[in-house]
Design a protein around this ligand. Sequence first.
Ligand code: ADP
Length: 810
Amino acid sequence: MDARDRQETPHAPLGSLWLTIRHWLVAHTFAPPFLTGRWSHPAVGYLLAVLLQVVTVTGLVELIRLFPSFQFQEALLILVVLVVALNWGAGPGLLATLVGAVLLTFLLLPPVYSLMIVRIEIVLDLLVYLAVGLAVSLLSSQVQRARRAAEGLRRRLDTIIEALPDALSIYDAAGRSIQINPAAHQLLGNHQPGTQADVSPASDGRTSSGESFPSGDLLVARALGGETVSAVEINLRDAQGHERILTMNVAPFYTPEGQIEGAVLISHDVSALREAELEAAARAGQLEAILEAMTDMVVVHDSEGRVILRNAAAERIHPLEWTGDPSQTLPQRGNQFLPRDEQGQPLPVEQWPVQRILHGEELTGIHAVDVLVHLAGGHERLMNFSGAPIRDANSRVIGSIILGRDVTERRRLEESERRVHAETEARRALLQLILDALPISAYLVRGRDAQLVLANRAATTLWGASWQQDQPMGEFLRENGIRIFGRDGRPLEPAQLATLRALHQGETVLQHQETIRHPDGTALPVQVNAVALDMRQLNLSASDEATRPAQASEPAAIVVHQDVTLLKETEALKDVFIGLFAHELRTPIAVLTGFAQTLLAHSERGNDAQLSAWQREALQGIDQAVLQLVKLTEDLLDATRVQAGWLELSRELTDLVALCRRVVARFQLTTAQHTLSLETSLDHLVAQVDPERMEQVLGNLLSNAIKYSPEGGPIQVRLREAVETQMAQLSVHDRGIGIPARQQPRIFGRFERADNSRPYGINGTGLGLYLCRALVEQHGGHIWFESVEGEGSTFFIALPLASEAAPARL
Ligand code: ADP
C-alpha cells in the first residue's frame, strides 16, 4: 500500500488529496457491532447508504403521490443519513447524503419528476439538506467513534482488572462495590458486586507506619471523602481461612464535573514477603545470638582493616582494640597489643592474621595461626586466629572475618598433660623393669575381659607366647591354643579362672591351683594369686585415662603365677610313699589280726590254757586297733589311687534299699547312744553301682554322723527316687556338732578337718569325705551337704539310676 502511495505521489496533488480523503474515509468507516464476518466489510455500509436512500426516496415518491401536501421529505432522508452514519461512520453517511441530494433533486423536489431546478427555494432547500446531512454524518460518526474508543478502552481496562494479580474492587459513591476482580473474589470469597464495602477483618489493621487502623470500610469511606490512602497494611483472614497480610491502596475517581463518583481499592498480598522478612529477621537474630554467645571472638574488618562488626567475646578478649579511634589504621590499632609469634618475636604487620586474610589468604583448619598478644593489665595471652577473606561478586577482597580463641589455658594444659604423660611412661617403664627382674610370672590386667596392661618376661615364658598389650585374656588363650585346667583335671570355665574372678567379683584369690596346658601337650601346674585393684589408683597411663573417661572405676587385677611343678612332684612322691607304706603295712596288719583272732578263738574253744579276763580284753583291744589300722591303710591306699586315677569300680545291679538296710543295721551294732533309722517308701531301688564302694560311702557318712554327734541322738537315712532326673537320692541326717560355715567350702578336700571337733577329741584323717566325693563322682553322681554348726548336718548323694551312666573319669 505504501509503495503504491509512493508511486502515486509524483502524479499530482490530486492524487495525494485522494489519498488523504481515502485515509480519512477508511478511518471514519466502521461496521455496526451486530454485523459480523463478511458483513462487517465497509463496502456493506456504502451499499446500504445507497440502497436505503433509494428505498426511502421511492417510498417518499409514493407518499407524495398519495399525500401531495407532505412536507418533510428531507427530514426522512436526513434520518437515513443519521442511521447510516451512526452505524457505518462518516463515509457511508456522506454517500447517503449525496445520494439523497441527487434523488431529492431529481425525484422529489417540485416540480415533481421535472428533473430540473427551477426555483431558488428549491436550491436553498437542497443546500440546507446537504449542510444538515454533512453535519449529521460527521457528527454522528465522530460520536460513534468516540463511543467505540471508550468501549475499547473499557474492555482493555476490564481485561487489565481481571488479569491483575492484586485484589481490586471498585465502589460507587454510596460505597457499594460495583466491580471486583477474580483476585478479590479469591480473597473475599463470595463478595458480590453491589454489596457494601466490607473489607472488614480489620480489628488489627495498621498503616505501614504502624498506626492502628480499624477498618477497610473506613478506607473506602476515606477515599469517597476525597482522600487517596496508600500502603495501609492490614491482617485479614481470606475466604479459605488463611491469614494474609495486605497492603491496601485506595483512591477516589471523579465525574467530569469533578464529583466523586466512586473509589478503587487495590490490595496487594504481602504475606509471603512479610514471612520472608520475618524469617530473614529471625535468621539475623539467630546469627547475632550465636555470635554473641560464642566464646571465641569474631571480628569483621572492611578492606581497609577497619572494624565493622565484632561480638561480645571480641570486646572481652581484646578490649584494647576497641577503645581507640575507629578511624585508626590497622597497624596503629594492632600495635596496642604487640602481636608476637610463639617464640615471642614481634610479628611484622604483613604477618598479622588480619593483614594476611585481607591479602586473600585463608587461615582455616591447620592454617590457623597462634599469636601471642599483650592485653590490658599487662596480660600475655596466646590466641589462635583463623579466618577468611570476604569477597564481592568479582572475587575482590572487600573485607575479612577473623575468629580468635584464647588458647593460653589449653596450651598450658597440653604442656602439663605432656609432662604427666612422660612421667607416667617413666613410671611404667620402671614398673616393667622391676617386674621383669622378678623370677615369677606377674601381669596386670584391666576391664571385665582382662585386657593386658603389662606383663613381665617370666609371664611370657610361662605362657609360652607373648600377650599383646590391651588384648583380652580369652582372646590371647584362644589364639595361642592354651587351655587351663583345674585341680580336678577338668577344664576351667572362664569365670573360674583366678584372674577373672578377681576382676569380676573383686575378690583376692590366693593359691588357686590351675594347670596351663600348651598346644604341644606340655602341662604346667601353677598356683595363681590374683589381687583385685582399682585402675584409677594405679594411674599408669594418663593418655589411656583420657581416652576412657566413662570407665570411672575400671576393675583391674595383678596376677602372680607360681610354678608348682616341683611341689606337685613332691606331692606325687609323697603319694607314692604313702601308697607303698600303706601297702607294706597290710602284711604285718594281716599277721597281727590273724594271731590276735587265733588266740581269742583258741581260748574260747578251751583248746589251750584259759586266758584270764584282762588278757582277753587286751586281745580284743588289739583286734579293734588293728581294724582301725586296716581302715586307715585302706583309706590311704584309696586316696593315692584316686590321686593317681587308678580307682576302679566293679559295677553290678544293686538294690540300694537292701544295701542301705544292711549298712544301717551294721552301724547300729556299733553304738547304743544313737538311733539309726532308714526311711524309704521303696521296696527296691536298683542301680548299676559297685556295691562295696557304695557301702564304703554310706559307711563313711554314717560313721561321721555317729562320730560327730557325741551326745548321741537320732540318725536318719532317707532313700528316694527322683523320677524327674532318674536319680536315686540318699541322705544322712544327724543332730551333731555341725560344720562351721567358714570351713564348709573346703571340707571335701584331702586331709581337711573342721576344727570344732577338736574339743571333743574326735579322731580322724580328713580322708573319708574326700574318698566319698571321688567315689560318688566316679559313679556319675554328686555329693553335697547342708550343715549348721551346733545343730547338725545332712549329707546328700545323688546317683544315676540309668545303667548306661558313664563313669566319670577322675
Ligand atoms: P574324718 O576322718 O576327720 O572324719 P572326713 O573326711 O570323714 O574325715 O570328714 C572331714 C571332716 O568333716 C571331719 O573332720 C569333720 O570335721 C567334718 N565332718 C564330717 N562329717 C560330719 C558330720 N556329720 N558332722 C559334723 N562334722 C562332720
